[in-house]
Design a protein around this ligand. Structure first.
Ligand code: FAD
Length: 329
């Protein structure tokens, strides 16, 4: 099957799930990686090292900033000329937007957030969660090329082989666009919640510690400091419930759930989170959930493998200290 994989990146730094997509692409035969941007030769080389047999490189100053119009138009033009049967992308906001626009250009279809792919005869069957992750649907796209976005961390990341090369094919960008990027404001640095192997998350409970004698916001600051300390120790990211985000305790980029991010870490520690259905949707593919909650009846315990019924202000420092000791830090 003629397979292309789009390497999503921000300013030349690849989203880790792009390499996972490349690994999936390789299971269907030789694979071409699509690298778009400006000054992205190093990214093209990385694509070879992660397994691409060919890199279709579109390097143009007009692609320095991601804008859906020129990126999607470039993808559509390449696909029109090259006729791939399958275009894989990581499930990111950028890649989803591109896939949708290109699929419209090419009168094809998109399957998003796919967690498994298998051949059934000549047909590629995709599995994806539906109804807030309660069911898994198997589905196939009859149009070509089929665009499929893959859920981050649902597939293994291939090993990198330093110095590996392949065929580099340069192509022209489609540069027409109605939008311009005026600039960026710095967000937060640290481990991306999408790529994290460990997520330690706080809910409204982080603002509840009367013994501190502080208002809710100041208490939440202390609570999230405990959450952050454990996340940093484990090389993980900080997550949050919507209640914590809505209360202004932490920015939206940390929100996990139906209207936040879907995460798939190996370990998800939920502290002071009740476990509403809208939150659970975001952690169904976490491999191991640990919950700390004062309320033994909290629904989070129904999805947690391990649970601590108690105060997060007591138990988070104890867990952090135990990890420090075990890790020799
Ligand atoms: C359309 C829609 C979309 C939504 N999308 C999302 C979403 O994406 N993500 C999301 O999270 N929510 C979402 N929600 C909101 C969701 O319904 C819940 O309101 C929210 O998840 C509750 O957050 P919480 O568990 O932090 O707060 P609460 O429900 O208030 O729970 C706080 C928990 O902390 C415990 N607690 C309190 N103090 C302590 C302490 N000191 N130590 C230990 N435990 C303590 C309590 O026992 C309680 O279980 C959405 C709602 C709607 C309607």
């Amino acid at each position: 099957m003629k397979t292309w994989v789009y390497i999503d990146h921000f300013k030349g730094e690849a989203v880790s799930s792009s390499w996972e997509a490349l690994g999936v692409g390789k299971t269907f035969g030789p694979v071409s990686a699509l690298v778009f941007g400006s000054g992205v030769d190093a990214l093209a080389q990385a694509a070879f090292e992660f397994g691409a047999d060919e890199v279709l490189l579109v390097d143009d100053p007009a692609l320095a900033d991601f804008r859906a119009e020129p990126y999607a138009a470039t993808l559509s033009a390449l696909a029109q000329a090259g006729s791939p049967e399958l275009v894989l992308l990581p499930t990111t906001f950028r890649a989803r937007e591109m896939a949708a626009m290109s699929a419209i250009d090419l009168n094809s279809g998109v399957l998003v957030d796919v967690t498994a792919l298998e051949m059934s005869g000549d047909e590629l069957v995709a599995t994806r969660p539906i109804y807030e992750g309660k069911l898994h649907e198997k589905t196939a796209c009859s149009a070509r090329p089929q665009f499929i976005t893959l859920r981050g961390r649902a597939f293994p990341r291939p090993a990198r082989q330093a110095g590996r090369t392949g065929t580099l094919t340069r192509s022209a960008a489609q540069t027409g666009a109605l939008t311009n990027v005026e600039g960026y404001s710095a967000g937060e640095s640290g481990v991306s919640i999408n790529d994290a192997g460990v997520v330690v998350a706080g809910g409204r409970g982080v603002s509840n510690n009367p013994a501190l004698g502080l208002d809710e916001k100041a208490t939440a600051e202390k609570g999230f400091a405990l959450v952050g300390e454990l996340a940093a120790l484990l090389g993980g990211a900080i997550g949050a419930s919507r209640a914590a985000v809505d209360a202004g305790f932490i920015p939206y980029s940390h929100q996990v759930g139906q209207t936040g991010k879907v995460v798939s870490p190996d370990l998800y520690i939920a502290a002071g989170i009740s476990g509403s259905i809208q939150h659970i949707v975001g952690i169904r593919s976490a491999k191991l959930v640990v919950a700390i909650n004062k309320d033994a009846e909290a629904p989070i315990f129904s999805v947690a493998r391990y649970g601590v019924v108690g105060d997060l202000f007591t138990y988070l420092p104890l867990i952090t200290a135990a990890f420090k000791q075990r890790l020799g830090k």
